[in-house]
Ligand binder design. Structure first.
Ligand code: NDP
Length: 394
């Protein structure tokens, strides 16, 4: 029986993970569930999964959860705040931590899981973008296992030789081809982009996801963050990661070898496939995802990304090239700008402008500790908020 701590249980990845867990009650048990504020939804999940621990990072919501669960005969202890998230990530007896909190808020608990030597199923790409070397060092020092569930990185993981996923030269890898759908604005008239709404940006053509990653997919910042994530996960330089637009989202990414072979992983765009692959690795079990019908699909298409339409992409390459705190600065600025766009405070095109401005204004510094990474994140948030004339740094 694999005991799971699910960080970000009320989100889109959380929902897909619990769907897979419920299909295999003989294999998986839920030991901890966490969320931010959605106490009613978390209470419902506690009644279904009966975890040992439930955490809400918002302390007021945690009080409401505790009241809602009182007297129901559940084995669940309610914890609050960031320390509660860290406790859930390090819980004794837990084998697997699914890191599915959105944004920088997921970094401390994911690093704690690494330090505790857990098997980490990583969805929270922002943690790796901000933490980079610090995060990978914690994984190594803690003896943790990192399995990607971001669909692209899971595809790459499946296409690399087992046990040698961080040795591109030794295994004959020439390039990683990271596929991207191009999002909802791939063919939109450029002149219309400043006026697009949050609802339009969140209407992803192929994937159903949380609002933040949906906007990131529209701007293709998501692909930039994924390029940085791939760099850290697979120990490959950015010059050997090519981004290819593939609007059907059937090929989830590819690995090109020096002999000319290109290996790809294909499937329906449904997060239950990568989640199941990582949960059951190295076995294969049923995920609930329907079979791919290639004859019905007929054709798969590809194109190069247009940097004028997607200015966040070159910003991500520039940030990784600058090194140190630059990726954390980019991510912090993006989180502020996306939240402001979703709240209707800024225009869509201001997102990339704010990110560029923060990277120009704040010089990159070395990042040696978690505190260095979080400090850069705070600095970027304050700078982006001030440049965008937002009331407070969120
Ligand atoms: P959602 O917005 O759907 O869910 C986010 C989860 O994180 C919720 O449980 C939310 O709790 C919790 N959360 C939000 N803010 C905080 C905080 N400050 N502290 C603690 N917990 C918090 O996001 P997704 O599931 O879409 O994405 C999660 C992560 O997975 C992201 O990093 C994303 O990039 C990555 N990912 C997502 C994919 C997808 O298909 N959705 C695909 C690949 C990667 P509450 O509900 O209470 O707010």
């Amino acid at each position: 029986m694999q005991k799971i701590a699910l960080l970000g249980a009320t989100g889109s990845i959380g929902e897909s993970t619990l769907d897979v867990v419920l299909r295999h009650p003989d294999r998986f048990a839920v030991a901890a569930l966490t969320a931010h504020r959605q106490w009613e939804k978390l209470a419902e999940l506690c009644r279904t999964h009966r975890p040992e621990v439930a955490v809400l990072s918002d302390p007021r919501a945690a009080i409401l959860l505790e009241r809602a669960l009182a007297g129901q005969g559940l084995p669940t202890r309610v914890l609050a705040g960031e320390s509660g998230l860290v406790d859930a990530a390090m819980l004794d007896g837990v084998d697997t931590v699914v890191a599915a909190i959105v944004g920088a808020a997921g970094l401390p608990s994911t690093i704690a899981a690494a330090a505790a030597g857990k098997r980490i199923l990583l969805a929270n790409k922002e943690a790796l973008v901000i933490g980079g070397a610090v995060f990978m060092a914690a994984v190594e020092k803690g003896g943790a296992t990192l399995l990607p569930i971001d669909s692209e990185h899971n595809a790459i993981f499946q296409c690399l030789p087992r046990g040698a996923t961080r040795d591109p030269d030794g295994t004959g890898v020439r390039r990683i081809l990271l596929t991207a759908s191009g999002g909802p604005f791939r063919t939109r008239d450029l002149a219309e982009l400043p006026g697009v709404t949050a609802a339009e940006a969140c209407a992803h053509p192929n994937w159903v996801m949380g609002r933040k990653i949906s906007v990131d997919s529209a701007t293709m910042m998501n692909k930039g963050l994924e390029m940085i994530e791939a760099h850290w996960l697979f120990n490959i330089p950015p010059q050997r990661i090519e981004i290819v637009i593939h609007p059907e989202s059937v090929i989830h990414s590819m690995v090109e070898y020096v002999d000319g072979s290109v290996l790809a992983e294909l499937g329906h765009p449904d997060m239950r496939t990568p989640i199941t692959q990582a949960l059951s690795f190295p076995d294969r079990i049923e995920s609930g995802v329907r079979a791919l019908d290639l004859v019905h699909l007929r054709s798969l298409t590809f194109e190069a990304p247009d940097h004028q339409r997607f200015p966040c992409l070159p910003l991500a390459y520039a940030a990784l090239d600058a090194g140190g705190s630059a990726p954390a600065l980019l991510n912090g600025a993006n989180e502020i700008a996306v939240a402001a766009f979703l709240a209707g405070r800024i225009r869509y095109t201001d997102i990339a402008r704010a990110c560029a401005e923060v990277l120009t204004r704040i010089p990159a510094c070395p990042v040696a500790t978690l505190e260095d990474a979080l400090g850069a994140d705070r600095e970027a948030r304050a700078c982006a908020s001030s440049w965008l004339k937002l009331p407070i740094a969120a």
